[in-house]
Design a protein around this ligand. Structure first.
Ligand code: HEC
Length: 131
């Protein structure tokens, strides 16, 4: 009986702690909130004036995640497009090719990290743990 009571009290305690934590920190981590403003909710692609063209040309066959996962230079993006045209029936992008490449090179270049992560710690002073 006592054990059951303790269990119930612990459960309530954990629940209250979780609710308080949520209130303190918010439900969403701030890093994704910051990203969410500039990213299309449906596709995850970066929002800019060329987004609609890229969405139309590049999300018909596969998930936009295939784009989001990669970081390429403009030339490398072009060779991916040529590769899809050779092997996967991607159509001639015509006049939109330049726009699509501009967009890809701007948002998905090698220097842009795929996942946001805090900056590495600097000037860390390590100390030996006491025994
Ligand atoms: C006609 C269909 C089609 C369209 C439209 C298309 N792709 Fe693809 N794409 C494919 C196929 C098929 C693959 C291979 C998928 C796999 O390996 O599972 C692929 C793979 C990829 C990959 C992964 C390449 C790799 O090295 O693994 C990227 C990146 C990519 N596409 C980007 C794009 C971009 C950017 C566009 C817009 C210009 C686009 N795709 C439009 C068919 C298409």
């Amino acid at each position: 009986m006592i054990k059951k009571l303790l269990l119930i009290i612990c459960t309530i305690g954990l629940f209250v702690a979780a609710v308080q934590r949520e209130q303190k920190y918010g439900t969403k981590p701030s890093s994704t909130q910051a990203l969410a403003d500039s990213v299309d909710a449906e596709t995850g692609l970066a929002l800019d004036p060329h987004f609609a063209i890229v969405k139309a040309q590049c999300t018909g066959c596969h998930s936009p995640k295939l784009i989001l996962q990669h970081r390429f230079t403009r030339d490398e993006w072009l060779s991916k497009i040529r590769w899809m045209q050779r092997n996967h029936k991607l159509w001639d992008l015509g006049e939109t090719e330049k726009t699509v490449l501009d967009y890809l090179a701007k948002h998905y270049a090698p220097n842009q990290t795929a996942y946001s992560r805090r900056e590495a710690l600097r000037n860390v002073k390590w100390y030996p743990l006491e025994k």
